[in-house]
Write a protein that binds this ligand. Structure first.
Ligand SMILES: Nc1ncnc2c1ncn2[C@@H]1O[C@H](COP(=O)(O)OP(=O)(O)OP(=O)(O)O)[C@@H](O)[C@H]1O
Ligand SMILES: [Mg+2]
Length: 210
């Protein structure tokens, strides 16, 4: 997977919040995305995920423009994830059902993912009644379960306790072959986890050392 970003701008109400002249992202790498509040980090990931249209320029995947097919290989886990008003299990299996993975295999993958993130005890709980940290873990499980090529994480450990952060970092490090972009305000985490750092400030990429 190669993502090429060419002269991309995002403009909200006459204000340019993101301006990336040229950038190539390649698998398999964990990119850290850092920068002050309002720097454009979430906007950047949403453009890559195809959740927001670019105002100018283009983003291509393996040389092709964004399409319904390519979007299926990408997943964005929001800063405040939205879970379906169903059980945790039903939320995690949902992307596999969407992709028509046979029910047996889907079940096995969900079980494995819940074990990996140590959330088995949440299985039958209503997903909309979870704590913030529990919600983030379930959202991450739901994103990882279908093995996307590109995983876009918007501050996934903001509400997570330190033991679970270590667990999540191990899970992410083990995902060989997947491209991950990880927004974080935690400098130590970025140094531990990320192979490359993209530093945004006021919508522009900085080239200085982070
Ligand atoms: N839908 C929108 N309409 C108008 N302005 C928006 C919209 N979404 C984002 N913005 C503006 O774009 C800028 C970048 O926002 P963005 O959410 O990408 O920042 P961020 O780097 O993720 O910040 P944070 O660290 O606080 O999450 C902000 O000034 C924000 O107000
Ligand atoms: Mg943000």
């Amino acid at each position: 997977m190669i993502i090429e970003i060419n002269s991309v701008k995002k403009i909200y109400r006459n204000r340019c919040v993101l301006n990336i002249p040229s950038l190539t992202l390649a698998q398999p790498v964990i990119y850290g995305v850092v920068g002050e509040n309002g720097a454009g980090k979430s906007t950047f990931l949403k453009l890559i995920a195809g959740l927001e249209p670019v105002s100018q320029g283009e983003i291509s995947y393996n040389g092709k423009p964004l399409s319904a097919e390519t979007i299926k290989q990408i997943t964005y886990v929001s800063q405040s994830p939205y879970l379906l008003k169903r059980s945790v299990y039903d939320n995690i299996i949902y992307p596999l059902r969407l992709r028509q993975v046979p029910e047996n295999e889907a079940h096995t993958r969900v079980e494995k993912m819940m074990a990996m993130l140590q959330i088995e005890s949440l299985r039958d709980r209503g997903a909309h009644r979870l704590s913030a940290g529990e919600t983030q873990k379930v959202a991450l499980a739901r994103a990882l379960v279908f093995e996307p090529e590109v995983l876009l994480l918007d501050e996934p450990t903001a509400n997570i306790d330190s033991d679970t952060i270590a667990l999540i970092e191990r899970v992410l490090k083990d995902r060989k072959g997947m491209m991950t972009m990880h927004i974080s305000h935690n400098r130590d985490q970025v140094k531990r986890l990320c192979d490359e750092v993209l530093h945004l400030s006021k919508g522009e990429l900085l080239t200085t050392e982070y």
